[in-house]
Design a protein around this ligand. Structure first.
Ligand code: SF4
Length: 399
């Protein structure tokens, strides 16, 4: 990787009412700049995206997907969309079908989520993960992501899209989501059942569970906002110790999970697109419609997974939160302007630093945090162009 990786940016704000200045054409321009020509004729090209779940419709609009599919088909290659099986099977409910997208939708690990390739890891309590066999079979990949918040790591984008979405269900839900607990945080010998129950009661978000029969206390790190009210109740006993290190494990494993997937591709045939549109607080997998908590920003494209993540996070940080849109169930939102926190940390807690996963990815050599933001069809540029005098339908048209 060179020192500064290029990240192409198409802003949602356009400088001309002509269609040539719109976000749609900016996506085409980004694809042109990314130069997809390394994709060869007949290559099977996986477009890895999050297709949402149940009523979670705020994924990347099919309108944009069609344009990406079209660009790949123009090369004579064969694109397909892939995600976890359930998301694929009910994708039509959110507008994604082979007809609307322009290419097939194939479950990432086969019909029953069992077509996988075992990848070895040596990371705390994780020794293997099962990579989706369909993604493994692809010759090229477009890692196409909806940028949004995430309760476990603050942010979900290009890294999360493949690091979780690239593996089969049990790998995601049991192993990757279970890694935070691999650093011991509760001392059973120091804790009585009575005190354990006090700790459960101390958590306003209900993320501490206690099994009295087994005398076992667990913290659901994914939903913990690090208010530390439980630690306050525990201070005279000292059986509970929540540390930033626990929360960081998920992010480091995401970087390592991405590395394992990227190793299966020729790096010249991997491209990243982040859509900073309809930016919600929680991931698309929640299956609910959500208010957007950051204004729409635009679309980013890069060949560097680290650079695109840093650029995405920096742009979201610059834009800031729309405070009135933050749902009231986020109990500990930190809106102190003096606190140097990313908007996603303000919502999900200071230890869920969204820059951590890209930082680990950079340490693994997956890319560079130094990036050059190259805006395509900027306001300044398109304002100088001749605008159309009007737009109207002169006669019915099928295309
Ligand atoms: S830090 Fe707060 S949210 Fe997290 S487990 Fe403790 S009380 Fe619950």
């Amino acid at each position: 990787m060179t020192d500064a990786s290029k990240v192409y940016f198409g802003s949602i704000v356009h400088g001309n009412k002509g269609a040539f200045a719109s976000i749609a054409v900016k996506l085409d321009k980004i694809l042109e700049n990314l130069d997809l020509s390394t994709i060869e004729k007949k290559d099977k090209v996986a477009i890895k995206m999050h297709l949402g779940f149940r009523d979670g419709y705020q994924t990347v609009p099919v309108f944009f997907i069609r344009r990406v599919v079209h660009a790949i088909k123009e090369l004579g290659a064969f694109p397909f969309i892939t995600d976890n099986p359930t998301a694929v099977y009910n994708a039509a409910a959110r507008g994604y079908t082979a007809e609307t997208c322009g290419c097939p939708l194939i479950p990432i690990a086969g019909v029953k989520d069992g077509y996988t390739e075992k990848v070895e890891f040596d990371f705390h309590n994780v020794d293997t993960l099962e990579l989706g066999g369909v993604l493994r079979d692809a010759d090229a990949m477009i890692d196409l992501s909806h940028a949004k918040g995430h309760n476990s790591c603050g942010y979900g984008g290009a890294i999360k899209n493949i690091a979780l979405g690239g593996y089969h269900g049990p790998s995601r839900w049991k192993k990757i989501h279970g890694v935070e607990a691999s650093i011991p945080y509760w001392d059973a010998d120091k804790c009585t059942p009575e005190h354990a129950k006090k700790l459960v009661e101390a958590c306003p978000d209900g993320v501490i569970k206690y099994d009295e029969e087994e005398h076992k206390l667990t913290v659901g790190f994914g939903m913990c906002n690090q208010c530390l009210e439980c630690m306050e109740v525990d201070k005279d006993v000292g059986c509970l110790e929540l540390k930033p290190e626990n929360y960081a494990l998920f992010q480091e494993l995401m970087a390592r999970g991405s590395e394992a997937i990227l190793k299966t591709f020729d790096q010249d045939k991997v491209f990243y697109l982040n859509f900073l549109l309809d930016i919600t607080a929680l991931c698309d997998c929640w299956g609910i419609g959500q208010p957007h908590i950051v204004n729409d920003i635009g679309i980013l494209g890069s060949k560097d997974i680290v650079a695109i993540e840093y650029a995405t996070l920096d742009l979201i940080k610059k834009e800031g939160l729309i405070e009135r849109m933050i749902p009231p169930f986020f109990r500990k939102v930190n809106l102190d302007p003096e606190a140097d926190l990313h908007p996603f940390q303000r919502i999900h807690g200071p230890w869920k630093d969204p820059y951590l996963a890209p930082k680990y990815a950079e340490e693994l050599g997956l890319g560079s945090s130094k990036y050059e933001l190259v805006e395509v069809l900027s306001q300044e540029e398109t304002m100088k162009m001749k605008p159309p005098t009007g737009v109207r339908e002169t006669e019915p048209s099928f295309y």
